[in-house]
Design a protein around this ligand. Structure first.
Ligand SMILES: [Zn+2]
Length: 326
């Protein structure tokens, strides 16, 4: 049998694009696995892949730190007490196949089959992700693994009849044992927008109560049923700040595994500057000039210092792109 070339089958096309897409500059977007979507029912193929795989392991929403590069992401031995109901074949890169699992729920936070799973080895996902460079391909693999295993943990029962569901298609589908309904991994769409005053070039940013003090970011919100992405952008900004928007233009996307969001980034033209704050959603909103933004981009995230989100966030990609184009 001819061995398939591992890695992303569209990588060569991607590398030859005349101009890189802005999405390629967002954190978590650099996933270069060959997902083998057409082999997910091929039991012999999947078993052979698992024999030589590296493993990404989760305990609830935390990552169980592994024994190898990069940054302790991978376990090189198949962990003993994993929950097969959460097993996901993520795909293969040049270093081989990758599987993801969650620990059995009853084993969480306890001693697990000889694995070193004392609390220090269980890393909250976001700080763990910050060990990586934002464009690290392994960060994209981490996003895929975290979103899918988390989905399995949360979807053990059928939303239609309450029956138990079973893992199928190498972790890419669940089927209800009772009524046969099929369930697929969720991806929840969120719009995020760089709002620009076309007269001055100023940008509208907001600050939520939970943000680090001094940090401002682009406005964002979940897309609701029955609206276009552009309408969701206009509605969110109007609700949160009272600022009406004209033209809305798509810029970039980003997988965001907290727990399984698709961030969709836009730039929009403001039709006014007056701010009426929704104090439930935002602690503060204001306009910043490009000169102020450039200072904020260099500032550390410290209390009392104005700053922008870290490079991992698509808000930062959108703002850096805006500043570079001016
Ligand atoms: Zn059912």
């Amino acid at each position: 049998m001819t061995r398939e070339i591992p890695g992303d089958p569209i990588a060569a096309i991607f590398a030859a694009l005349p101009r890189p897409e802005l999405s390629a500059k967002t954190g978590f977007s650099g996933n270069r696995l060959n997902r083998h979507g057409d082999r997910r029912d091929d039991a012999a193929f999947l078993a052979a892949q698992e024999e030589r795989a590296r493993f990404v392991l989760f305990d609830g929403a935390a990552l169980v730190e592994g024994d190898g590069a990069p940054h302790g992401l991978y376990h090189h031995a198949r962990p003993a007490d994993i929950d097969p109901e959460t097993r996901v074949y993520c795909g293969e890169d040049a270093d081989g196949p990758i599987y993801a699992y969650a620990l059995r729920a009853t084993e969480q936070t306890s001693d697990v089959g000889g694995l070193a799973t004392t609390p220090p080895s269980q890393q909250p996902l976001r700080p763990f992700a910050e060990r990586f460079a934002p464009l690290d391909a392994a960060l994209g693999t981490l996003a895929e693994a975290a979103s899918l295993t988390g989905w399995h943990v949360r979807h053990q029962f059928c939303a239609k009849c309450g029956g138990r569901t079973r893992n199928e298609q190498a972790g890419w589908r669940r089927r209800c044992e009772e009524c046969g309904a099929m369930h697929f991994p969720r991806t929840d769409p969120v719009v995020i927008v760089n709002v620009v005053d076309p007269g001055t070039g100023d940008v509208l940013l907001g600050r939520q109560e939970r943000f680090p003090e001094g940090m401002f970011s682009c406005l964002a919100g979940f897309v609701e049923s029955g609206e276009s992405l552009e309408d969701a952008v206009r509605r969110e900004v109007l609700e949160e700040t009272g600022v009406p928007l004209g033209t809305v233009t798509y810029k970039a996307s980003q997988p965001w595994p907290f727990p399984s969001t698709m961030m969709m980034g836009f730039e929009a033209e403001a039709l006014g500057r007056e701010i009426t704050l929704d104090e439930v959603e935002l602690a503060e909103a204001r306009w910043f000039s490009p000169a102020e933004l450039r200072v904020m981009a260099r500032n550390p995230r410290e209390p009392g210092v104005l700053s922008l989100p870290p490079a991992l966030a698509i808000a930062r990609t959108l703002l850096d792109y805006y500043l570079s184009a001016r």
